[in-house]
Design a protein around this ligand. Structure first.
Ligand code: NAI
Length: 716
């Protein structure tokens, strides 16, 4: 046994301590399952053992499944293999533990989630340590799966249908006090008493038969109980509204509940495994886990950092421009323990930038998330100024002044002379190519793009842009800074709009273009939401104003002349600005009307400005069109070397502009559709909507080879 230890005390109580030395957390791995099965058999067969206490030798009890293992396992898995995987943990492990005739107690010494809490559920009694960090729950739904070793069946039988729904369907996790109130645990005790409390329960000769294994057990969780009827009737509609049917897990969980409650416990476990297998075979779980857990985790650990360069620690950073972005960057920097010099052209602007941090911190103090002393310490690290001398000795200066080349060049020259000799300069430009801005620098090797997103304190992504002359050392150190801020970096090469702005533009352009084709505005908006975008492209454009994408286009025309291909929404943007004079929300009128004090609504004049076509496309067609154009542009970024790794494209798309999570990101979407099918679809759309949908030779060749963006480990 390598993942746990086994000891028996003088009273005949076994202590099973989960402690996998190869992992920072105990997780449900194949080795663990084998080890625990062996331990259970030992308890069951040794007459000298009265029962067993299961606890952990690590700070957490158990974190659940090993998601890295799961994602590799489910990629290309067959339903049969997935079913067997679920059954192994479900039957010879948990069910055997539950029915072997000896009592088991879970002594939950720390967090117990997913498979960890399922193990606790299978035990006959649960004692938990009185520590707010010891949360319990079944959050599998958040990664597209379900609790597949008895969780969907034991929890409702223990605590009732209604109370188990937020835990199972929303993945809600709760601390010890709430868990006790809900009936998810049986006792909360101080840490020092945990094992003894568990031991005493066993020594009290408890009945090791669960309620559902007793003769005459009658379940009242089905439709015969009128209290459940509305739950079973309403929940599917609620889930459909929340997920737009893009996420199969909550529906599968609800099916497990509904069907499982009509079955014997053993049959219900088979049913649960069937639904679990169904989710494993569906690409959504793989997509979510791969991008939002595995690859995002790697990015946070700075996987793109060039090797062999000393790590840089930042103590003093300058931020130029105390507007919306600068004030946010100052806030996250000061929160990470860095002293910030926040510089603007006027002292009152710089002060206003610092006031932003005071506002955010004040809210956190009010909510009890920060202590006043902590907030004061963070605020004290920000020095608002107009004086460039204050930047002396900065490890890094981040520029976030107006999006204007001349102004940026001017502040670059003034600030970089103050940098510490080992320091470097970063621009937070959203559209201006980094290599061009670097021309203002005396040392372009020490010039890089660090593109933060708004609002900076809530958007964890930083798009790090490597200019033509940026050195590897500067890249490494820029990533060190993102790491120090505990944010998520992706690394891209210089290009117009870099990666995120470039692909995001295709979404709003496509939406605006549809108006010109006579597609109903409500359809344009609703189809985007049904595809999984938080809001439609017309809403988004109103938020950023039509002026912003228009300015980007004008700038490109100025620089590239005839070489620049006008975007498909060119006419719509021009008409909205010049003829209809509706630039967006800020002006109170855009694609929507914004009545004072009232709710916005689509501008009725749109139907005169852009007459409706007699034939309207299906919602599916519009959804596919949005997803395809963004996926295609991302593929172009990879082809051109703007992106060097598919994972950066996927992480960036989810975090920068909320490309739907179920897809796993823009490139995972292509793999989800299948690259051959995707290329065929793009060809069809190119004929219908224009050459922007035409796949490149590079993509066609890839499709011909059947080479997607992620290697798939097919299972026999
Ligand atoms: P903003 O207009 O809110 O702030 C710019 C600040 O720079 C103002 O406080 C202004 O007084 C100051 N400033 C202007 N000229 C200056 C000078 N010569 N010396 C010192 N300070 C000066 O603009 P925002 O939105 O914060 O954008 C700043 C930069 O960040 C731009 O390059 C923008 O493209 C980029 N960006 C903006 C995003 C957004 O969502 N707003 C997202 C990502 C990047």
């Amino acid at each position: 046994m390598t993942t746990l230890s086994f000891a028996v005390d003088a009273d005949g109580v076994a202590l099973i301590t989960l402690n996998d030395p190869s992992k920072p957390m105990n997780v449900v791995s194949p080795e663990f399952i084998d080890d625990l099965i062996a331990a259970i058999e030992r308890v069951a067969s040794d007459a000298a053992i009265k029962g067993a206490v299961i606890t952990s030798g690590k700070a957490a009890f158990m974190a659940g499944a090993d998601l890295k293992y799961i994602v590799n396992m489910i990629d290309g898995i067959t339903p049969e293999v997935a079913y067997e995987f679920s059954q192994k943990a479900s039957v010879p492990m948990h069910r055997r533990l539950e029915t072997c005739g000896k009592p088991f107690v879970a002594a939950i010494n720390g967090l117990a989630l997913g498979g960890g809490y399922e193990l606790a559920l299978a035990c006959h009694y649960r004692v938990i340590v009185d520590d707010p960090k010891a949360v319990v729950g079944l959050p599998e739904v958040t990664v597209g799966l379900l609790a597949g070793s008895g969780g969907t069946q034991r929890l409702p039988r223990m605590i009732g249908l209604e109370k188990s729904l937020p835990i199972l369907l929303d993945g809600k996790t709760v601390g010890p006090a709430e868990a006790l109130k809900l009936g998810m645990v049986d006792a909360v005790v101080p840490a020092a008493d945990l094992i003894e409390a568990a031991r005493q329960w066993i020594l009290g000769t408890p009945d090791p038969v669960r309620a559902w294994d007793k003769k005459g057990y009658r379940i009242d969780l089905g439709l015969l109980n009128p209290a459940n009827i509305s739950t079973y009737a309403n929940r599917p509609a609620q889930i459909a509204a929340q997920t737009q049917r893009n996420y199969p897990a909550p529906i599968a969980i609800l099916s497990c509940l509904y069907d499982g409650m009509q079955q014997t416990f053993d049959n219900a476990l088979k049913l649960e495994s069937k639904y679990f297998a169904k989710l494993c075979v569906d690409p959504v779980a793989r997509n979510i886990i791969r991008t939002t857990f595995v690859n995002k985790g790697e990015a946070a650990k700075l996987v793109r950092r060039p090797q062999g360069i000393d790590k840089k620690q930042f103590t003093k950073v300058g931020v130029l421009g105390a507007g919306m972005m600068g004030s946010g960057i100052a806030y996250v920097s000061a929160t990470a323990g860095v002293n910030v010099v926040l510089l603007d052209s006027k002292q009152e602007f710089a002060d206003k930038g610092k006031a932003y941090s005071a506002k955010v911190l004040g809210k956190l103090v009010d909510k009890g998330k920060k202590k006043q002393e902590q907030a004061d310490a963070i605020l004290a690290r920000i020095t608002p100024t107009t004086d460039y001398d204050a930047l002396k000795g900065c490890d890094l200066v981040i520029e976030a002044v107006f999006e204007d080349r001349a102004i940026k060049a001017d502040v670059t020259r003034q600030a970089e002379v103050q940098l510490d000799p080992s320091g470097f300069f970063a621009s937070n430009t959203s559209t201006l190519p980094i290599s061009g801005l670097a021309k203002a620098s005396v040392n372009p090797a020490k010039f890089i793009g660090m593109h933060f997103f708004s609002p900076v304190d809530r958007m964890p992504l930083v798009e790090v842009i490597v200019g033509k002359d940026t050195s590897q050392e500067t890249l490494a150190h820029a990533l060190d800074y993102v790491g120090q801020l505990k944010m998520i970096p992706i690394v891209v090469n210089d290009s117009r709009g870099f990666y995120t702005s470039r692909v995001f533009q295709t979404f709003i352009h496509e939406g605006m273009r549809m108006l010109e084709e006579g597609i109903a505005p409500a359809l344009i908006e609703n189809a985007a939401r049904q595809a999984g975008f938080p809001v439609g492209p017309l809403t988004l454009t109103d938020e950023v104003t039509v002026e912003l994408p228009w300015k980007i286009v004008q700038q490109a025309i100025e620089e590239l002349g005839d070489q620049f291909v006008k975007p498909c929404a060119y006419n719509v943007m021009q008409r909205m600005l010049e003829e209809l004079k509706r630039p967006g929300r800020k002006a109170g009128k855009g694609f929507y009307e914004y009545p004072e004090g009232g709710k916005k609504f689509l501008w009725p004049g749109l139907k005169d400005a852009f007459p409706l076509a007699a034939q309207q496309p299906s919602v599916e067609e519009i959804k596919d069109r949005y997803l395809a154009i963004q996926a295609l542009e991302t593929a172009r970024c990879l082809e051109e070397g703007v992106l060097t790794h598919a994972t950066d494209g996927d992480i960036g798309s989810l975090l920068a502009w909320s490309f739907p999570t179920w897809t796993g990101g823009t490139l995972s979407y292509i793999d989800t559709v299948g690259i051959k099918q995707f290329v065929a679809e793009c060809d069809r759309m190119a004929k219908a909507y224009g050459p922007r949908f035409e796949p490149s030779t590079w993509l066609r060749d890839r499709a011909a080879r059947g080479e997607g963006f992620y290697p798939s480990t097919a299972h026999a």
